[in-house]
Design a protein around this ligand. Structure first.
Ligand code: HEC
Length: 286
């Protein structure tokens, strides 16, 4: 066991160094170890240094020990055995020294093999007590007070995340882009969309969407693709080059573009006064 101690010390040191590096330079999704090759280099250099120090100190200690006279060696051993860790170690093992084993040897004899009546090692017994305490707490929490199972915890987290996302979207309406835009159905949004449409778009598409310079927006034919995402993209980036439909991302905020896109889609299936002939292909939502 004594031989293991320097090894454990190095291991302990390495673990602490590793965690410190992670705390300082690591991020949630990437270990500092992967992110910065330099961290690895420094880490291994530190570990090698620690091993080196252990070797030098160990050699020095044995040199000094061997140069002591017998009485001093005795005192040194006593000192080591009486150190806090030494005592703790002895206490956790509670094993009889070999000289006293005669006191606990059992009578029976199996072909010359005898058995000692050792007490259970305290480290093991304490661990066993801890499992009992754990079992009681576990039983009470999950069987008596019906604590959340893993599945329930997961579902609660997901539900909470959905609430957070909705909240965030509400507070950041202009963070909409073509991948996150959704059809707005609230009357207030459509009203706003109508206002924007009549001010900016009706000149070319007519107020009822029937089409003039721009194509008919009431039929199910689309040149640049139907559905909220395509319509939002056309309004944002403009139509085909040179066709007269400009990009509106400079004039309208993302929310306004989403509102007017939703309003445009509300024309679907209505019959305008002077409908322009369909252009493009029939759009089928996947
Ligand atoms: C200057 C005239 C003009 C104005 C103003 C205009 N558009 Fe257009 N719009 C067009 C033309 C022309 C096209 C056809 C583009 C193409 O062929 O790619 C078009 C295409 C579209 C399309 C795609 C139709 C399809 O079949 O894919 C949508 C949606 C649209 N406009 C919405 C709007 C909205 C919303 C506004 C107001 C913010 C607006 N437009 C303002 C002329 C205009």
């Amino acid at each position: 066991m004594k031989l293991l101690i320097p090894f454990l010390r190095v291991l302990f040191f390495a673990l602490i160094a590793f965690f410190l590096f992670e705390v300082i330079a690591g991020t949630d999704d990437q270990l500092a170890f992967e992110k910065y090759p330099m961290v690895q280099t420094i880490f291994w250099a530190l570990v090698i240094l620690a091993i080196f120090i252990e070797i030098v100190v160990g050699a020095l200690k044995s040199r000094v020990y061997n140069s002591l006279n017998e009485e001093a060696q005795e005192r040194f051993n006593d000192f080591e055995d009486n150190s806090y860790l030494g005592k703790l170690y002895a206490k956790l093992l509670d094993s009889k020294p070999i000289e006293e084993e005669g006191e606990i040897i059992l009578d029976h004899n199996y072909d010359g093999i005898k058995e000692l009546d050792n007490t259970l090692p305290p480290w093991w017994v304490y661990m066993f007590y801890m499992t009992i305490i754990f079992a009681v707490i576990y039983l009470l929490r999950f069987e008596v007070f019906n604590g959340d199972s893993n599945v329930m915890e997961y579902e609660k987290d997901v539900a909470q995340a959905k609430i957070d996302i909705a909240e965030w979207k509400k507070n950041n309406p202009n963070m909409i882009d073509a991948s996150s835009v959704e059809l707005l159905t609230e009357a207030a949004d459509l009203e706003k969309g109508k206002e924007i449409f009549n001010t900016n778009c009706a000149v070319c598409h007519l107020a009822d969407g029937g089409g003039k310079i721009g194509p008919n927006l009431t039929d199910d034919h689309w040149i640049n693709g139907g559905g909220i995402k395509n319509v939002f993209t056309t309004i944002t980036e403009g139509g085909r080059p040179g066709k007269g439909m400009v990009a509106w991302k400079g004039d309208l905020t993302a929310l306004e573009r989403a509102q007017v896109a939703s309003y445009v889609l509300s024309f679907q299936g209505t019959t305008p006064a002077t409908p322009k002939a369909p252009e493009g292909d029939v759009w089928v939502e996947e």
